[in-house]
Ligand binder design. Structure first.
Ligand SMILES: CC(C)(COP(=O)(O)OP(=O)(O)OC[C@H]1O[C@@H](n2cnc3c(N)ncnc32)[C@H](O)[C@@H]1OP(=O)(O)O)[C@@H](O)C(=O)NCCC(=O)NCCS
Length: 164
């Protein structure tokens, strides 16, 4: 499967059309364990096309994976102190379990490595709902440490970003 990756950051802003395409991923591919209200709230607060563009201007960055021009998955990160917080990794339902999540993870890790300072340890951290089995399987396979999360419902997955 030949995936093409794009990294969107302050210097490489997505067009409004691309931001709209990323936003659309949230409509039908949001994790099943959350209610429609939670999804709608998240989209209006963070993941509408306008909010995506604003968040990129504010320092978040998004990586998309496309197949023949169609965005099939994305990741989203922001930096806080010495941690990169992974807000999302998402693959379209019809393309899951084909290794796209794994490839997106490697691409994202590589992008973070390029941005990692040589002298300070930095980490990639994600909060994952305990019922989110596909994500747990993926992150354990990728060598993340599983730790207590922000509440009883969540695990925190953490991995050091070792710079090249
Ligand atoms: C998490 C997610 C990105 C994974 O994407 P993907 O492209 O399917 O990932 P991969 O194919 O690389 O790996 C998925 C793994 O989960 C496994 N898996 C999927 N469903 C499973 C289940 N119900 N039980 C056990 N394992 C399961 C797959 O077999 C695969 O592991 P394997 O390759 O060792 O067999 C995708 O499921 C998704 O978009 N979920 C909704 C968004 C989300 O919850 N994101 C995480 C929170 S930020």
């Amino acid at each position: 499967m030949k995936l093409e990756f794009e990294i969107y950051s302050k210097d490489t802003m997505p067009t409004e059309k691309k931001a709209g395409e990323i936003s659309c991923l949230f409509c039908t591919n949001y994790p099943d364990m959350y209610s429609d209200d939670t999804r709608e709230y998240d989209i209006s607060r963070y993941d509408s096309s306008q909010k995506i563009q604003q968040q990129i201007k504010d320092g978040n960055f998004y990586i998309t994976a496309s197949l023949s021009g169609e965005i099939v998955g994305m990741t989203k990160f922001r930096k806080e102190a010495h941690e990169w917080l992974g807000s999302w990794i998402m693959v379209k339902k019809e393309y899951r379990n084909k290794g796209i999540g794994e490839q997106l993870f490697y691409k994202s890790y590589e992008a973070l490595q390029e941005r990692a300072p040589k002298d300070i340890k930095t980490y990639l951290v994600l909060d994952i709902h305990k019922e989110n089995t596909p994500s747990i399987v993926l992150f354990e396979r990728m060598g993340f440490e599983r730790k207590e999360g922000k509440s009883e419902e969540f695990w925190k997955f953490k991995k050091e970003i070792v710079s090249n």
